[in-house]
Unconditional design. Structure first.
Length: 381
């Protein structure tokens, strides 16, 4: 009997109290009855699609958004109950929910573990209250501290904290203070991203009015992050992610290692067996498709079977995000081609320029990590 194929599930909750000034994710405010209706649609979608994955075993579930903790705990529990009923979920599956401090309550923190959630991802971004206001966040640092303590008291032993550097007006000293305050709480995982101005956001439209970090300042903050967190016992396993031993994020590694994942909810992305698609991002279209499924309508869009060339490109630029790098044997196993036959000249040039390591596996050097987007673009045909 064949072993089941590992699968990760992403659940998109598009609701938030207010959109942050830098955010380009699919998210918006909604009334409670709208959110309850959306949950019912989600349950319907899961029910309709589950039979396609009978040969899979779920190794991770991730509630992202938006702000999943904006929903009632009962709704989160109902979604998980439906998933457990319709999917083969591993006993040790990693089940994460993203939470914002301003939406956390003691009741939610106590109900999440009862529903099966065993990992939290808390969106702090910065411990500086003025910087939080700059970002348009609705919480202050004290709210984060309260949320974190509630999580620990509820029994959570696997917590991630999201941080952001290069915030307009942020100094190296204030960012270091954030690192010091967060590591004093000793979360198991820290995601530390640099601000990126995305089109369609308030930040992007008002970029000329913002005191933005220079490329050099951004690079210095990145290096500070790496050195400080490593001194506190965190190892960097991906360009922007740090973990204590044994706490690397299983769900995110599925993305970077090109495993199978299926997304449910508005705009959610999926890739199974090198076939990629995403759900529609219009609520009315999403609802109509789910309620009319018996007529052959579907909320899925942009179905695309990746070509071998596209698979190789993704294999390289996603694999190089991980500090473990890309193994030549893995490339050959996947594509039945030696990596040098496909990327020989590219690898030679990048090694000469000091951007990737010598030997096997192929890894970014510290300099290559600094300009990783440039390096990864070299693997696109």
């Amino acid at each position: 009997m064949n072993e089941p194929t590992p699968l990760s599930i992403y659940i998109h909750i598009p609701f938030c109290r207010r959109k942050c000034l830098y955010c380009d994710f699919l998210s918006f405010p909604a009334a409670e009855d709208e959110m309850s209706h959306y949950v019912n649609l989600l349950l319907r979608e899961i029910e309709q699609q589950a039979d396609r994955y009978v040969s899979h075993k779920v190794i991770s579930i991730f509630f992202g958004g938006g702000t999943p903790s904006f929903l009632n705990a009962e709704d989160i529990a109902a979604i998980l109950c439906k998933l457990k009923d319709r999917f083969d979920i591993a006993k040790d599956a990693e089940i994460t929910i993203e939470v914002n401090p301003d939406t956390v309550t003691r009741d939610k923190m106590e109900r999440y573990p009862e529903a099966g959630i065993n990992r939290l991802s808390i969106g702090l971004q910065t411990a500086d209250d003025e910087e939080l206001k700059t970002l348009g966040r609705l919480h202050d640092y004290a709210a984060f501290c309260k949320a974190y303590e509630l999580a620990r008291n509820a029994g959570f032993k696997n917590i991630n904290v999201d941080l952001m550097s290069a915030i307009p007006g942020q100094s190296a000293a204030s960012y270091r203070a954030t690192l010091e305050k967060v590591t004093a709480y000793a979360p198991e995982h820290i995601s530390a991203y640099s601000l990126i101005l995305e089109e369609g956001t308030w930040f992007y439209d008002n970029r000329d009015r913002l005191q933005l970090a220079t490329e050099e300042e951004d690079r210095q903050l990145y290096e500070m992050t790496k050195q400080f967190l490593e001194s506190c016992g965190y190892h960097r396993y991906e360009i922007s992610n740090y973990a204590k031993d044994g706490y690397e994020c299983i769900h995110n590694k599925v993305y970077w290692q090109r495993g199978d994942y299926v997304g449910f909810g508005l705009g959610a992305a999926s890739m199974v067996g090198d076939v990629r698609w995403n759900n529609c991002d219009d609520m009315e279209v999403y609802e109509k498709a789910l309620l009319s499924a018996q007529n052959g309508l579907t909320c899925q869009r942009n179905l695309h079977s990746l070509t071998k060339q596209e698979q190789m490109e993704e294999f390289m630029f996603l694999g190089l995000r991980l500090t473990e790098g890309v193994k030549k044997a893995d490339f050959f196993k996947k594509f039945a081609l030696p990596i040098e036959e496909v990327y020989g000249e590219t690898l030679k040039k990048l090694r000469k320029d000091g951007l990737i390591s010598e030997g096997d596996p192929i890894r970014l050097t510290p300099y290559g990590t600094d300009i990783s987007n440039y390096v990864m673009a070299k693997f696109l045909f």
